[in-house]
Design a protein around this ligand. Structure first.
Ligand SMILES: Cc1ncc(COP(=O)(O)O)c(C=O)c1O
Length: 347
């Protein structure tokens, strides 16, 4: 039998499909109506997440955008301001949700590959006694940082930011869509993160391989409020336990293997570094590779030339391209990737 040509999809780590074992876990899930809080599989996942991070409670949701937005909505009253890096997902890619859902503004800072410092936070807090200024209420960090090329925070800096938040009575939220990618590269544990953040969003549908799902983790009070806002936004669901079972399976089985994705991302970086079209490559520490093309080639041209060879990636602006490694990108794919890049003709 003829084998289908190898398609390599490195557009995102969200493109993975459940394997047989994950599907089996989903098929066997015990379910109920979660709006009545009757779904045992969702309870199990939420309890697992809360315990993993040493926090009181968790809420299983459809997406990372929803969990981020719920956290921001809970922490910010209308007229508040959120501090974050200019490359943050909550600023660039959530449809202006901070303005729409929380009636609040964002102050963006220019960090180091998407990471802001405690010093920068101190300088950006508005004077609460100046009625012209929105009231700074929340600092939101992203780890790993997607648009920073999968960069990692130094946990010591996070602790410093936490101290500033404590002193200034600010909440601290983590967009941890890819937090487990950070955790497998560092010595911190989920509980270390649970100690410093007021809310944490994790995605199960990125590197961990679930078809759908994110969790918001925080205090009982935060999660109780988030559950109410989720319902109001139409995000209450019924027998979501089939998906929660996939989430639990992913947390139990797919975290340590993220290291392989990181190794393959580094290999991609090495392959690109041999090519004259690659002007510069962001430091590669997790599963994201962002590189800059020389001025004579646009990202659209590059993406199209690669697509013609059945290798898919995405343009990040006019000159930058992103590749993301994941569960369904194997050594066989890497070998083919190398061959394609080696022989690439950019039209
Ligand atoms: C860093 C980061 N945060 C949040 C999200 C949002 O996740 P979702 O696509 O599930 O809404 C993404 C999605 O790619 C992301 O990369």
């Amino acid at each position: 039998m003829m084998r289908a040509p190898l398609r390599i999809d490195l557009r995102s780590d969200t493109i993975t499909k459940p394997n047989a074992a994950m599907l089996q876990a989903m098929m066997q899930a015990e379910v109920g109506d979660d709006v009545f809080q009757d779904d045992p599989s969702i309870h199990r996942l939420e309890e697992y997440c809360a315990q993993l991070f040493g926090m009181e409670s968790a809420l299983f949701c459809t997406s990372g955008t929803l969990t981020n937005q719920l956290a921001i909505r809970v922490h910010c009253a209308p007229g508040s301001e959120v501090i974050c890096d200019a490359l943050s997902h909550i600023f660039l890619y959530e449809g202006g949700g901070v303005a729409v859902n929380a009636l609040s503004s964002i102050k963006v800072l220019q960090g180091n590959y998407g990471r802001i410092s405690a010093e920068q936070v101190i300088e950006s807090i508005n004077n609460p006694n100046d009625i012209h200024q929105p009231i700074t209420r929340l600092v939101s960090l992203e780890n790993t940082m997607n648009k920073g090329g999968g960069s990692l925070y130094d946990f010591a800096e996070i602790r410093k930011i936490k101290n500033v938040c404590k002193q200034q009575d600010l909440k601290l939220h983590l967009d941890g869509a890819r937090l487990f990618n950070a955790l497998v590269e560092t010595k911190e544990t989920p509980k270390d993160y649970g100690e410093v953040f007021d809310s944490i969003s994790i995605c199960l549908s990125k590197g961990l391989g679930c078809p759908v799902g994110s969790a918001l983790i925080g205090s009982s009070d935060t999660i109780k409020k988030a559950r109410r806002f989720r319902k109001l936004m139409g995000g209450g669901w019924r027998q979501g336990g089939y998906l929660a079972a996939a989430g639990l399976f992913a947390l139990e089985n797919n975290i340590q293997r993220l290291q392989h994705d990181h190794q393959r991302a580094k290999a991609i970086g090495q392959i690109l570094s041999t090519k004259s079209f690659a002007k510069s490559i962001y430091p590669i520490v997790t599963n994201i590779v962002i590189f800059e093309l020389t001025e004579n080639i646009s990202s659209a041209q590059f993406v199209e030339s690669m697509a013609q060879q059945n290798v898919h990636c995405i343009a990040f602006g006019k000159q930058h391209v992103r590749f993301v490694t994941h569960l369904d990108f194997t050594d066989e794919h890497l070998t083919k990737f190398e061959e394609v890049v080696k022989n690439l003709v950019i039209a």
